[in-house]
Design a protein around this ligand. Structure first.
Ligand SMILES: [Zn+2]
Ligand SMILES: [Zn+2]
Length: 262
């Protein structure tokens, strides 16, 4: 093992492993090998102007955003929540993968650079005191601290408080997530008057959590504008619907072609 290490050091000084496939690499962007970096599911193309998910080209907003009145101005995510990105987020959250926050923050910042977001201060989605004690850390706070350090912006982890931890959001339907968020957050009384806040979380799912945070920051802390930055966007129901719709169209086409041949 020592010999192997010595050989690797000759070819790859300061060698590390790709965070996605474990391949040995030297210093590379995002600590990823070229192949993994090039296959990152970065969000691009036509994005919903409000929640930042990919939508069909002729649309401005996704179906979800057409239905809701949001308390935030705009949400931006860096990647789609594919299986590989799910496992990365899970390593950060549940397997003490704190070191990943730095890499994920770099990817988030590159996503944020595509937009002109005039924010003054960063606020992570908070965790209840009990939950943070049992997990040991809040992954949104790790991401927020890393983004803030890299962009040289202040971060506030004390104003927005989570006063009630709900049933795990992942176990709830989209509708119930909204009811589940009511009264979950509060503030310590500090004012963000005249300031634009950038809320940071790991994943944007229905928008219920970040919307409730935005509501509290605007109504209780008098924040001016609130923006959202998350690592991944689960692409909601709209995308699943689109995929189903696209499959249905392809099936129809194939059927027609088959009938023509007969
Ligand atoms: Zn790799
Ligand atoms: Zn949307």
């Amino acid at each position: 093992m020592k010999i192997m290490h010595a050989i690797l050091n000759i070819f790859y000084p300061n060698h590390i492993k790709c965070v996605l496939c474990n391949k040995e690499i030297s210093n590379e962007k995002y600590d990823m090998c070229e192949k993994c970096r090039n296959s990152l599911p970065l969000l691009g193309g036509n994005l919903c102007l409000r929640c930042g998910q990919e939508i069909l080209e002729h649309n401005k907003y996704c179906d979800n955003c057409k239905r809701h009145t949001w308390c935030f101005e705009k949400a931006i995510s860096a990647v789609k929540y594919t299986d590989k990105m799910i496992s990365l987020v899970h390593r950060l959250k549940y397997h003490n993968g704190k070191y990943l926050a730095d890499i994920m923050a770099d990817i988030m910042i590159d996503g944020l650079k595509n937009f002109d977001i005039p924010f003054d201060i960063i606020v992570p989605v908070p965790m209840s005191v009990q939950k943070q004690k049992s997990r040991g850390y809040n992954q949104a706070e790790l991401l927020a601290n890393a983004v803030a350090t890299k962009l040289n912006k202040p971060v506030d982890t004390t104003t927005l408080l989570r006063i009630r931890e709900n049933i795990s959001q992942t176990e709830l339907s989209a509708k119930n997530r909204w009811d589940n968020m009511q009264g979950a957050f509060a503030t310590n009384g500090h004012s963000f008057a005249g300031q634009n806040v950038l809320i940071i979380d790991d994943v944007y799912t229905t928008g219920a959590t970040v919307n409730e945070c935005s509501k509290i920051l605007k109504t209780k802390s008098h924040a001016n504008c609130v923006y959202i930055l998350t690592f991944a966007h689960s692409q909601g129901q709209e995308n699943k619907h689109n995929k189903k719709e696209q499959k249905r169209i392809i099936k129809q086409k194939l059927k027609k072609e088959k009938n023509r041949k007969i």
